[in-house]
Design a protein around this ligand. Structure first.
Ligand code: RRO
Length: 315
């Protein structure tokens, strides 16, 4: 039996569905080069703004582990540290043998229009994930949680950006919200993929020994990632794969092993991103996840991802 992990995605063949989540190991060019050389199927940049940003004061990322050293999840309030959109646009001009996604998270509508306007004219920029869900900019709500603002944003950006576009969504928790959000996304034909989901915004992790928060910005509040959010991520992947059948879904949330990748795909994901576990384990995680996914597929007798993608059974 020969296993093929390839996926056709917006006209490209992506050899493995597994790659980094935006934010992890993707700010600097050397980090992006390392992703390009790893066994990840693609790579995505840190979300970018018009200007370079240092991000929030450190410590701004904390990895939660249990007594046995097993990772539970992460909290971050990074505050959009990035090299600026021009830098990642320059990076897109470098030769590479796998697809590059550029994540965009302008500080306001005007910034998004400026960035996407320039990206629209650059044939080297092919895959853009517009982040509508950054939880960590003080005083700025997540666009994805205000449906009116989100529709306005999508209306404006799709007038300027004519290439296939993806959007990174916050987690939703209510059936009515899934439906209302999906109705908005389905109005836009150039929105070709939805990444479900960003971190679970504004959680609070504390250390009872020191009686303190664990990250500095926002008095310890930050986005939660890792296995805490896997059921929420799977729900978002599955809900949007049913409600937006013409769009690709990219799964993100709680991926630590091959079974997690399998479950995201079973719920309907075309590709699967890894955040907190990549941060902890480093780039070799892509080899491990690939091997574990192939092992599960071998046991189940699946040869391609489409043998089980979206085929979740109900009781
Ligand atoms: O940089 C961040 O603080 C950040 C971003 Br832009 C995001 O989209 N999600 C997140 O958890 N952190």
């Amino acid at each position: 039996m020969s296993i093929n992990l390839g996926t056709r995605f917006l006209g490209k063949l992506i050899k493995s569905p597994i790659y980094n989540a935006s934010g992890v190991h993707c700010v600097t060019f050397p980090q992006l080069d390392e992703l390009a050389m790893s066994s990840a199927g693609a790579l995505i940049t840190k979300s970018c703004t018009v200007n370079y940003r240092d991000g929030n004061p450190k410590p701004r990322y904390y990895d939660m582990v249990n007594e046995e050293g097993k990772q539970l999840g992460s909290i971050n309030s990074s505050g959009l540290p990035n090299l600026s959109y021009k830098a990642y646009q320059e990076y897109a001009h470098k030769k590479r043998d796998k697809p590059l996604f550029i994540s965009v998270s302008g500080m306001n509508l005007g910034e998004n229009l400026q960035i996407l306007g320039e990206f629209n004219e650059d044939p080297y920029v092919e895959l853009v994930e517009l982040n509508l869900s950054c939880p960590n900019i003080v005083g700025k709500p997540q666009t994805g949680y205000c449906f009116e603002d989100m529709e306005k944003m999508l209306n404006e950006v799709t007038k300027i950006y004519k290439k296939p576009l993806g959007i990174k969504l916050p987690p939703y928790f209510d059936m009515v919200h899934f439906k209302t959000a999906a109705e908005i996304f389905n109005k836009f034909q150039t929105i070709r993929f939805l990444t479900c989901c960003n971190s679970l915004g504004n959680g609070l992790v504390i250390d009872s020994e020191s009686e303190s928060v664990v990250i500095k910005p926002k008095n310890g509040f930050g986005g939660i990632g890792g296995i805490y959010i896997k059921p929420t991520a799977l729900a978002n992947v599955h809900a949007f794969s049913k409600l937006c059948p013409d769009k690709h879904i990219i799964g993100c949330g709680g991926v630590q092993n091959g079974k997690d990748v399998f479950e995201h795909i079973l719920c309907g994901a075309s590709l699967v991103q890894v955040g907190s576990a990549l941060y902890r384990e480093g780039l070799s995680i892509f080899d491990r996840l690939t091997e574990e996914l192939e092992e599960i597929m071998t046991i189940k007798g699946y040869e391609t991802l489409s043998d089980f993608r979206g085929k979740l059974k109900y009781l």
